[in-house]
Write a new protein. Structure first.
Length: 154
């Protein structure tokens, strides 16, 4: 059994803190992500929207980029995601758990392929009251990866 430095609640708290720093003026839906490495290091990220909607960045991609710089994608073991609306006093609210979108699942699968570890996803509601856990292999069972490029020309 894999041992972790942080409890799921601690990772969710970090994801919720990151969501509070999101730039989401258009949707009003702030998402934060906390990534734990095999040594317990944590990288965080939040979504950043843009008036040209397609140029926005998901929290998971933001955190994956930070993780690559901090400790490398091949060291990732768990990812916590939380999202909702920033309510009164700057607190993140919301009762539904938030899972990575399809594109983020594909990026997480890339980290899985690099590490050989089936990364755990902790999905949390904005208020932190609801949590579910999943493996990336279950969320994206037929991912596209480096092995799919074996027939590419040199």
């Amino acid at each position: 059994m894999e041992r972790y430095e942080h409890t799921p609640a601690e990772l969710v708290a970090r994801a919720r803190e990151a969501a509070a720093k999101a730039h989401a003026p258009y949707s009003g839906f702030s998402v934060g992500c906390a990534i734990e490495a095999e040594d317990g290091s944590i990288a965080i990220g939040s979504n950043m929207e843009n008036a040209c909607y397609r140029l926005g960045t998901c929290a998971e991609i933001s955190a994956l980029t930070s993780a690559q710089q901090e400790f490398g994608l091949d060291k990732i073991r768990r990812i916590a995601v939380a999202g909702g609306h920033i309510g009164a006093g700057g607190a993140l609210t919301g009762e539904q758990t938030v899972l990575p979108c399809g594109g983020c699942r594909q990026a997480i699968a890339e980290a899985r392929d690099l590490s050989g570890f089936d990364i755990e996803i902790i999905a949390a509601s904005g208020d932190g009251g609801a949590i579910s856990t999943h493996r990336i292999s279950a969320l994206l069972p037929a991912s596209f990866g480096a092995d799919n490029l074996d027939d590419a020309q040199d």
